[in-house]
Design a protein around this ligand. Structure first.
Ligand SMILES: [Zn+2]
Length: 165
């Protein structure tokens, strides 16, 4: 509750900060309040839960390791073909490895065993198994932290700022 999501001027999530720091940024005019929870910190100052910086901050992209765990988290532990959510998920190469498909964020998705076997050595189009959403590289390592918090039920108001949660 005391955590605040900081958005870049572009509305991309930038980091997570304390409400105290967020309030200071607002008072100094460096950030604007996007969401609040209605509680007042001071008179006329509701407690922010999402703020946005007025000036764009360039952040070097921090690589997120392409691991099974991270891929499953990105795909919400859900088969990207049929929507099955549960244990025993596999990783599927959208363009099969045997046909030149690489180990990349854009070419790997969570799939249940059934869909993985059914798809076999074909593309989603050939197999007539459309993906629920195009796989993409996570925007930032913050993405993982934010989406975990959203999924665990904390900070639902952050959801709309994080694509893919
Ligand atoms: Zn499936």
């Amino acid at each position: 509750m005391s955590k605040v999501l900081v958005l870049n001027a572009s509305y991309e999530p930038l980091n997570i900060t304390s409400w105290r720091r967020a309030v200071v940024l607002i008072i100094k005019g460096k950030a604007e309040r996007i969401e609040h929870n209605g509680k007042l910190v001071y008179a006329d100052l509701p407690l922010p839960t999402v703020i946005r910086l007025r000036h764009y901050v360039r952040v070097p992209y921090k690589e997120i390791p392409l691991t099974r765990r991270n891929l499953l988290h990105r795909d919400a532990h859900t088969c990207q073909y049929c929507g099955y959510a549960g244990d025993g998920l596999t990783l599927d190469h959208v363009l099969p490895r045997s046909r030149g498909g690489g180990d990349t964020w854009e070419n790997m998705v969570a799939a249940c065993v059934r869909c993985n076997v059914k798809k076999g050595n074909r593309t989603p189009k050939e197999a007539n198994m459309p993906l629920q959403s195009p796989p993409r590289r996570p925007y930032s390592s913050l993405y993982f932290e934010v989406s975990r918090q959203v999924r665990s039920g904390i900070h639902q108001e952050w959801r709309k700022y994080v694509i893919g949660t």
